[in-house]
Design a protein around this ligand. Structure first.
Ligand code: MTE
Ligand code: MO
Length: 359
């Protein structure tokens, strides 16, 4: 099978948002289980899938610049984390006026088992300088970029995907950041960052740099296009802020929007997640007007991935019903009623509303 054929097969079950660069949402079934099967995991790429020579360079303000191969990473202690990734642009389509950017519906979110070496253990080997402030992570992907928010004209023709993380966060063992080489028990596929990528739990997935090529310890904060141009919340009424931790959010996975179900008892189910703390509660509204009632919430299993919730909905009144689910996390963050509009359309965690008919 050709490489193109492999990619086509890997993409068959997804809902395409953009053919090139390839961006695709997950189908609703991606949220049914605890783990999203790899072929149902959403894909978001800013450039075409690159070739990667299999070598990771680590340098900058470090005592021991290093290069690592896949075998070197595999020789280190392996850790597996189940992590929910959500694109910061998920839900953009519901923002009005519609911001520029990929027109994501609500399914640029998925959960997989990621296995790899711990970033802090890799960095420790290179002896980062005491003057280091950030770690830059560069993907092997690059190309022309015409959506630039800050770049001068001259740099737009060949841009690389580069992000940075605070060094204190990257070297903190509790962050759980991986240089992952396996997804759901198999080597990473090309769309998901082969041969290895960062997985940064709790952060919007823009931080999880795919096709990882270079790590560099910096003594000054990084200010590239994907750090301080795009992936910034440009609020209409307050200073802009970088996109970082995922905002608290609940989704209803059963019944499906617009479904017709019978009378009597029905188990409404869903997922909830947040980058700013475990989910503390999920409430359901069945009237469209508040009257919030607590759902049963399953405890967080890994701390890095979505939690299940359910609600026994007993109703004998036929006709159309409005269901809303609202999550709050342990840090006290609660979902808003309307999308928190910002110019580039990030972080829409507005309460989901669906209609369901009972017959
Ligand atoms: N190298 C590279 N890494 C990247 C990106 C990219 O364009 N290039 N996109 C980021 C964004 S915006 C998201 S949402 C996630 C998507 O990861 P996935 O395609 O495995 O779901 O990858 C992130 N890592
Ligand atoms: Mo994203």
């Amino acid at each position: 099978m050709t490489v193109t054929g492999d990619l086509e097969a890997a993409r068959a079950a997804l809902v395409m948002i953009n053919p090139a660069p390839y961006n695709a949402e997950a189908p609703p079934a991606a949220l049914h289980g605890d783990i999203t099967p790899t072929e149902l995991h959403y894909v978001r790429s800013n450039f075409a899938v690159p070739d990667h020579d299999g070598v990771l360079e680590i340098g900058g303000a470090v005592g021991r610049p290093t290069t690592l191969t896949l075998d070197d990473l595999r020789a280190m202690p392996a850790h597996e984390h189940t992590v929910t990734l959500e694109c910061a642009g998920n839900g953009r389509l519901e923002m009005k006026p519609l911001p520029t950017g990929e027109p994501w519906g609500d399914l640029a979110v998925s959960t997989a088992r990621w296995r790899g070496a711990l970033l802090h253990e890799v960095l420790a080997r290179t002896e980062p300088s005491a003057h280091g402030v950030e770690v830059l992570a560069q993907g092997a992907d690059h190309g022309p970029y015409h959506l630039r928010a800050i770049l001068p004209e001259t740099e737009q023709d060949n841009l690389s995907f580069i992000r940075s993380l605070p060094l204190t966060y990257a070297t903190d063992p509790t962050s759980g950041i991986l240089i992952a080489y396996e997804m759901n028990g198999k080597p990473l596929g090309r769309d998901h960052g082969a041969p290895f990528r960062l997985i940064v739990p709790h952060w919007y997935a823009v931080a999880s740099v795919k096709w990882l090529k270079r790590l560099e310890v910096l003594t000054e904060p990084y200010t590239g296009e994907f750090q301080t141009g795009h992936y910034m919340y440009q609020w209409p009424d307050r200073p802009q802020e970088p996109v970082s931790l995922m905002r608290v959010r609940a989704r209803i996975t059963d019944p499906a929007p617009g479904a017709t179900i019978g009378r009597g008892s029905y188990l409404v189910r869903g997922k909830a997640w947040s980058g700013t703390g475990p989910i503390a509660r999920v409430d359901l509204s069945l009237t469209g007007e508040g009257d919030w009632q607590p759902a049963r919430l399953e405890p967080s299993r890994s701390g890095f991935h979505w939690q299940d919730w359910s609600f026994n909905w007993d109703a004998d009144d036929v006709g159309r019903h409005t269901l809303r689910a609202r999550a709050a996390d342990a840090a006290g963050n609660v979902q808003p009623d309307v999308p928190p509009w910002n110019r580039l359309g990030y972080g829409n965690n507005a309460i989901e509303v669906i209609y369901v008919d009972r017959r």
